[in-house]
Design a protein around this ligand. Structure first.
Ligand code: E4P
Length: 214
């Protein structure tokens, strides 16, 4: 399973990169707004740290503008993946950019037919938002499961990028279903290595050793 970090913060990206298991980065307009920095400038900085896919979301809502903005973002670095919403205009823009060899990440997916349509249009990634579905009492991981089945049924090679991940259990469920990628905040990446028995076991080992030899 590939692991991306979901942030536009350079310190967090460096910290995750230094763990040695980071495959890519996702950003969105809200994450950039939190940093208070020009989107293009920050994407360039991120691509200097990470060589894997870096998702850059377009702000345009209309097809022709999306394509124009997508091409502009893709020009920043070879590893930029253009992030587009799963709207009708986004679908058309996905097809146009994919036909030109520009990779796309189709975002804000909340139902499986959106995922099927963008796979037909050649999307590189589909981003189902599982946490936001759970937030409204729907089943986010069920959506991942449906998309996995549909993609396997028809041999679509669009990668499933599980997004809006809130905790390690989401990660576990996505890994068991067979999501190709998960994008995760730094806090959750660290939680993936945590268990209270690991901490207490370590404490006991060291205490026993020090009692015997100190
Ligand atoms: C993915 O690309 C999105 O940036 C992200 O996962 C959204 O997560 P949130 O629901 O925690 O904002």
């Amino acid at each position: 399973m590939e692991l991306y970090i979901d942030t536009a913060n350079l310190d967090e990206i460096r910290e995750a990169h230094d763990l040695g298991v980071l495959d890519g980065v996702t950003t969105n307009p809200s994450l950039i707004a939190k940093e208070g920095i020009d989107y293009g400038k920050r994407l360039g900085e991120i691509c200097e740290i990470v060589s894997g896919p870096v998702s850059a979301e377009v702000l345009a809502l209309e097809y022709a503008e999306m394509v124009k903005e997508g091409k502009m973002r893709a020009g920043i670095a070879d590893n930029i993946v253009v992030k587009l919403p799963v709207t009708v205009d986004g679908l058309k823009a996905c097809k146009a950019l994919s036909d030109e060899g520009i990779r796309t990440n189709m975002t804000l997916c909340f139902q499986s037919m959106q995922a099927m349509m963008v796979a037909k249009a050649g999307a590189y990634l589909i981003s189902p938002f599982i946490g936001r579905l759970d937030d409204i009492s729907q089943d986010g991981t069920e959506l991942i499961s449906q998309i996995r089945t549909i993609y396997d049924n028809y041999g679509y090679d669009t990668k499933i990028l599980a997004a809006s991940i809130r905790h390690p259990k989401h990660m576990l469920e996505c890994a068991l279903i067979g999501a190709d990628v998960a994008t995760v905040p730094l806090k959750v990446i660290k939680q993936l290595m945590q268990h209270p028995l690991t901490d207490s076991g370590l404490k006991t080992f060291l205490a026993d050793y020090n009692k015997a030899f100190a």
